[in-house]
Design a protein around this ligand. Sequence first.
Ligand code: PLP
Length: 604
Amino acid sequence: MTKANIPNGRSLPGTVVHYDEIGRIMACAAQKITGNANAFNAHVGGQFFLTPHPMALEAQRHQAMHYTGLLGYLAGLAEDRGVALVDLLKEFSPANGYFIDLTAAYEELWQRSPHHELDFAVFLEIQKQEKIFPTGYLDHCHGQIESLVLMAHYFKGRQIPATPDRVVMGTGFKNLFNALVTVLMTGEVRVDARGRDVRGPKPGTILVPRGHYQSLVKAPSFHNGRLQVIEGMDEAHIMEALENRGDIKAVYFSVVANPSGDVMPEDQIRGIARAILQYNALHPNDPVFVVADQVYNGSLLKKGLEIFSIASLTGASLGMDDDTVNSMSMFDYTVTIVSPSKTLGYASARIGFAASNARIPGDLDDIIARMGNVLGHEGSDGVEVSAEKGALGAYAFTPLSWIDANSEYVKSQLARARHHVETINSSLGKEFFTINDPDAGWYILSSFPRKHLPLGIRDSTDLMAWFMGSARFKKDTGVIVRPGSQFGLEAPNLEPRDHLILRSTLAMAPEDLDEFFRRLTRGIVKLDRIKTLETLTASKLAAAIETAQGLEQFILGTAQVFSLEKLKDFIQKPGLLDLSLEEVCMLIKALALDEVAAVLSFSK
Ligand SMILES: Cc1ncc(COP(=O)(O)O)c(C=O)c1O
């Protein structure tokens, strides 16, 4: 692949890897390797600033130093506080604003342990001494039993009827999604007629909404599968897509949408469940599955919203007059994936969990067990046990109040961003762009009507590249954003929209947000000027020449847009003054197009 054409020897603002990635995108576009509308993943991570709860970090440190389970950490805490361990456990319960009922979880661990005939308190004394050395993963490579039991209780708290054997651990959402797609798109091993082991490929399609988490695009492609973007993730659109199902294997949605930050309402989720269960009732041997992304389990910016779990729904709760549907349960068709990456601020733990009771008809193992096989094979035993316990700590010890405090911060950043947008638009005397009003998370979408943009900006990938390079990589210029194309917002199978979307983050310090908008403003002002030149008419030019007192002066006055060198060239064109105003307009328009193209190709 062609390397990015980054100017040598200059210090680049931002992350070089991003520039490299953008260069790669541009190079791919030039080679027409744009299978999914330039939807390449330019993620290098690390933009997230909210830290995990300190107790999660302490739990991780404790495991690394003492090789204990989470209970070992809790026992140390109880000792420091001079309270009984049983009483300390009681503190961590949904009634007190925590996700997991620790007493219920450890009671289940007790019931499942060889010590279930002893007292609970005695069991805790034994259990707290359990050591988990890194080699513990040789036997439990998809999550320690303690973690699986506690996480089953976490899922139960989200109204999902999970049991520990229906939970699997991976290294975050992406890893689990990858394993799930592998399971959906390859068969179990069979012995063929000649006695050889075979695993048949089953490439397929995952339905995703217009505006979906960008990193989904990769996993299906390893199996020659693909995403299919549908306009809306609701009952009607899913039913329509399933009418001509083709090789659709599953439907994906995130309850808190990335990039829009919309929280999917319960009604809509019930509609999705109706579509799936009705379809599966008619196709019991070839059901469609649901991937419910619940990595955001909070981070709500508005009151009265809730994160609703589709896997909590039974057919009977949907109020449909259909006995078959009434006997079904969404947990049997849904793989719910969670990770502490987002709401709990612990992306660096690289841990996630999936829960499901789904099975592909004809398979010997259920989907969770098959995912476990894939994950185990790729080396989950390499996962740091301490990271697992840290992630578990994030789930167990992060109170809602901590999450809400983070959300308050994000809200203040949103107000700050809105102020910047108003200032930019009022200085330009037009609504050059707007930002959305997210329900949750910390991203904002900037929407730029195409009518304000120069012709050379063909799609959001161009717009992204423009904002990185419009000042030609001079120090302290350029911003990093993600283009809407990566989220399926410009899916080739859907009607084009009259605006381009960029996603940026509010998760940064206020002064960095100010700096972001200062740089963005520079890029916007330049776009606006180029657009004005591009749409110049003879009469407008005549007026402009009069105001500037001459054509040369007018041309030189565009120095904020074009380099002085280019302008001097332009003025020195032989016979310039003999040209008609229309001809001069055309020359200026060509110059404007050239300027945009030069920025987008990173040339000088
Ligand atoms: C909707 C959504 N799902 C999943 C992830 C990634 O999760 P993980 O860090 O566990 O891979 C993200 C992160 O950006 C996300 O926004």
